[in-house]
Design a binder for this molecule. Structure first.
Ligand code: SF4
Length: 379
């Protein structure tokens, strides 16, 4: 349900109540899967065995599968399959195709996957268009080989070598394309290992990931050497409260951003998906006010923003309507413009004039409220 913004007697948006929420006084949100399975191949990997131990130490039983095929996630109806899959975590070895990294402009040079799937319930979730089959969360057991393989890509990639503004980042690896790291790291420890791996690397590299969760405490003491940029995926309150089920509240995400920045991490905002809802300038203005408060007086703040508008494809719309049949999210092709991708796929984006208005507003307001913030891209 939509919540009104807090207003003062003068009618101005008041930050007081929200800012008291920035303190991390409630425990971070931690997903506990209802069913956890491990394949025989995954159990042979040291990291896979470690994940099993970690999960069992939380009192969750881990089912040892007889074969490397995952079964038993389909229910009688699509809804039942969705519910079962979303509450299942499978510990598996990554498919060989995932070990050949793909370019992932404009976010980073390369995409590296440590898991696939996410337990949250965002009604616009971009995974609906990217992954097929029941939305089970698969975490990868062969982490050592995945991290070792990254060295082959050093000094390659189109994003950081072409763009002068980001050249100092070195080769960039995005580790949250098909999942949400902080939804899972308490169960796997994979991203903590990745942060340390990059921290120990004597080369210009950057690990990047974005999250809608706030469980950052285990990362604060890691030796990250400034080589991991964590972005918090944020939106205005009407979006986070209506359509981002199962994620951490916005205020908790901003508190997490502050804690990471104070621990010396380069940080960022992924503002996505941007939507021109009624009153959007007020709602997004409020969001940027909260961000300003969250990063206030952080020494040597290194803050970036990535701005991504809402879009959908015919197939992602169909999957999302199957998962969330009563959604109030606007996915009306008649109100959108078609944007053709490289492979002929069509994305439905906002019309050009709406995009231009949004872009100008965001770039101007970020410049005013967060002058040290670098906007990396708009899409
Ligand atoms: Fe999808 Fe991200 Fe939401 Fe998870 S947190 S459901 S990956 S949009």
């Amino acid at each position: 349900r939509d919540q009104p913004l807090p207003h003062s007697a003068s009618g101005e948006v008041s930050l007081e109540r929200d800012l008291s929420d920035l303190a991390p006084r409630r425990p971070a949100r931690r997903w506990l899967p209802r069913r956890v399975v491990v394949t025989p191949a995954a159990l042979e990997e040291p990291h896979g065995a470690g994940v099993v131990e970690r999960v069992e130490s939380l009192g969750i039983e881990v089912e040892r599968l007889r074969s490397n095929r995952l079964t038993g996630v389909r229910g009688e109806t699509d809804r039942e399959t969705y519910a079962r899959a979303k509450s299942t975590m499978a510990i598996v070895v990554s498919p060989p195709s995932r070990r050949r990294l793909q370019p992932i402009a404009p976010s980073a040079d390369w995409r590296v996957d440590l898991a696939e799937g996410c337990p949250a319930h965002c009604q616009y979730c971009y995974l609906a268009g990217s992954l097929s089959g029941p939305p089970v969360t698969r975490v990868y057991a062969d982490l050592d080989a995945i991290l070792d393989g990254l060295a082959d890509y050093l000094g390659t990639g189109a994003v950081t070598s072409r763009s002068g503004a980001r050249a100092h980042e070195g080769t960039t690896f995005e580790a949250s394309c098909y999942t949400d790291p902080l939804a899972l790291d308490h169960l796997t420890g994979s991203w903590q290992r990745a942060v340390e791996h990059f921290g120990a690397w004597d080369a210009p590299v950057q690990l990047r990931w974005t999250t809608k969760f706030d469980d950052v405490a285990p990362f604060l003491g890691l030796d990250h050497a400034g080589r991991t940029r964590v972005r918090l995926s944020v939106n205005c309150l009407p979006v986070t409260r209506r359509w981002e089920g199962g994620t951490s509240p916005l205020e908790a995400r901003l508190a997490a951003l502050r804690r990471l920045a104070l621990a010396g991490y380069p940080v960022g905002l992924t503002i996505a998906p941007i939507m021109p809802l009624d009153g959007w300038t007020e709602h997004y203005g409020h969001l940027l006010d909260l961000v300003e408060e969250a990063v206030r007086h952080v020494p040597d703040l290194d803050l970036t923003a990535e701005l991504i508008t809402h879009r959908f494809t015919a197939s992602s719309r169909e999957v999302l309507l199957g998962w969330y049949p009563r959604t109030t999210l606007e996915m009306d092709e008649a109100r959108r413009a078609a944007k053709r991708g490289k492979f002929g796929n069509v994305k439905h984006v906002y019309p050009q004039e709406v995009m231009a208005e949004l872009r100008t507003w965001f770039e101007t307001r970020i410049g005013e409220r967060l002058p040290s913030c670098r906007v990396l891209y708009w899409t």
